[in-house]
Design a protein around this ligand. Structure first.
Ligand SMILES: Cc1cc2nc3c(=O)[nH]c(=O)nc-3n(C[C@H](O)[C@H](O)[C@H](O)COP(=O)(O)OP(=O)(O)OC[C@H]3O[C@@H](n4cnc5c(N)ncnc54)[C@H](O)[C@@H]3O)c2cc1C
Ligand code: SF4
Ligand code: SF4
Length: 439
């Protein structure tokens, strides 16, 4: 961890926060998560007797300051070990439940495995996120216990979410539950379970969704604007993808005449708008594929997308528990999948491989110029930087960072600004020019 990072406030204000919510779970009396329009879900530490209390316990669980991989299991796919973490098997498959598959982001594997755990293994529920019914631009953490609830929460939400903030619902449950989150969320859970035996006992399965980065809520507002929706208070629902593969972003607004639906393709919403609003911590993220999960799922992008494609999932078995559950779900008919070669992973996610390489350049340069950066142990990046990046990409990952430091204001502390969805602020603390250029 950087010597300058001594508290949860430091993590948030030095832009190392991923927004996972683990700190609010560990110290709920003094830490609460808020929505910051230009940063994401962020912790606010409340003063006690006029002073900031110690947040050392929360900091010990924080994935924002760094991650540690303690070693690969004896049996793993060696060709993937260096750049992708522990992978025991690679599969490609779909949820057998067609409605779930259609509503889901890829092939519905995350939701199908979760449902399998509830229906066949008696899991108490599934801790994950969904759109807030009262403020659909934002997300909330819920414990889903039925197929209908899982269906309602299916699909990727390219917006800030902090599923770890309600880990109490798992820890205090009568029997084990499932946790679904992004790689940084699952990394926080992995660290917490080492510290809290009660939580460890109640974690039946952890599932990570691949993640290239979380766009801020400002990104969602920009997406609305690209659709021609200027007044977010009229928005009734926001979907980012799903209902096909990858599916359109779809926003429903109330008008005096009734409801109107606005759409953008995945390329328009993610590629032209949302991607450019990713929080800074995602640019120095080394784990985009859920190295700490039992099972990780993503898109098999190596495939040509066909018209009306119902979607498929790439499935990484990362632990023995993950293997047991996936094989059981296939035997039960909840999931249909076929084993594929290890090379399917880099073929599906070449962008994520290069990003891992670029992280070496960004983190090394950050340290050289005195910018706080996360620490990664047992998660190699230099070899990927050397092998996978062109000379131009190598230079961008190092010298290009100096430009980003200025644009993002990384030398300064940035206070957390809670945002009320009822009053969207037009003011941005990150210059709009920097956001447009995807800094
Ligand atoms: C921010 C973000 C970035 C992504 N980047 C990539 C990428 O680079 N490559 C790639 O292949 N796929 C990416 N995805 C998509 C996702 O990894 C895949 O679609 C994955 O295969 C899940 O599909 P599924 O059909 O199995 O999930 P579903 O069955 O649709 O279930 C999705 C689950 O994810 C949860 N979820 C949705 N949004 C979030 C969120 N913001 N934070 C935490 N949990 C969430 C839901 O609650 C639900 O339980 C990204 C998703 C997100 C949210
Ligand atoms: S990364 Fe997670 S634990 Fe760390 S400060 Fe942010 S929300 Fe809290
Ligand atoms: S890119 Fe990494 S740090 Fe950012 S949200 Fe995804 S998993 Fe978390």
């Amino acid at each position: 961890m950087s010597r300058r990072i001594r508290s949860i406030t430091d993590v948030a204000e030095r832009q190392l926060c991923t927004g996972c919510g683990a700190c609010a779970f560990v110290q709920p009396d003094v830490i609460r998560m808020v929505d910051d329009l230009d940063a994401g879900r962020r912790p606010v530490v409340d003063a006690v007797d006029g002073r900031e209390p110690s947040t050392a316990a929360a900091l010990a669980a924080c994935p924002g300051v760094g991650l540690r991989q303690t070693g690969l299991p004896a049996e793993h796919l060696e060709e993937l070990g260096g750049a992708w973490g522990p992978v025991l098997e690679v599969w490609e498959g779909v949820a057998a439940d067609d409605e779930l598959r259609h509503a889901a982001s890829s092939g519905g594997l995350a939701s199908a495995l979760a449902l399998h755990m509830i229906e066949r293994r008696g899991a108490h529920g599934v801790l994950h996120i969904r759109a807030r019914p009262d403020a659909p631009l934002l997300n909330e953490t819920v414990l889903s216990r039925t197929r209908e609830q899982l269906l309602a929460a299916a699909g990727s939400r390219y917006a800030p979410a902090s599923p770890c903030d309600r880990l109490d619902l798992i820890e205090e449950g009568p029997v084990p539950s499932v946790f679904i989150g992004k790689p940084c969320d699952v990394a926080a859970v992995a660290r917490l379970r080492e510290q809290r035996p009660a939580l460890d006992e109640r974690l039946g399965l952890t599932v990570a969704v691949f993640c290239a980065g979380t766009p801020t809520t400002r990104g969602t507002l920009e997406m609305l604007r690209s659709m021609g929706v200027e007044d977010p208070s009229q928005v009734e629902s926001v979907r980012y993808r799903g209902n096909g593969w990858p599916g359109d972003a779809e926003v429903v607004v109330r008008t005096p005449e009734g409801r109107r639906t606005h759409r953008l393709t995945y390329e328009q919403s993610w590629g032209e708008v949302l991607e450019r609003h990713r929080q800074w911590r995602c640019y120095v993220c080394v784990d985009h594929t859920g190295e700490f999960a039992d099972i990780a799922v993503g898109d098999p992008w190596y495939r040509e997308l066909g018209e009306g494609d119902p979607g498929r999932s790439l499935i990484l078995v990362r632990t023995e528990r993950g293997r047991e559950v996936l094989h059981e779900a296939m035997a039960a008919g909840t999931v249909r999948a076929e084993l594929v070669g290890p090379s399917t992973l880099p073929a599906s996610q070449p962008g994520l491989l290069r990003v891992r390489g670029a992280v070496w350049g960004r983190v090394t340069t950050s340290r050289l110029v005195g910018i706080p950066a996360p620490r990664f142990e047992g998660m190699p990046t230099f070899g990927v930087w050397w092998r996978e990046l062109t000379l131009r990409e190598k230079l961008r990952s190092t010298l290009g960072l100096l430009r980003r430091i200025r644009r993002r204001g990384l030398r300064r502390r940035r206070k957390v600004h809670p945002w009320d969805p009822g009053s969207p602020s037009p003011d941005s603390t990150i210059p709009a020019s920097a956001q447009r250029r995807g800094a």
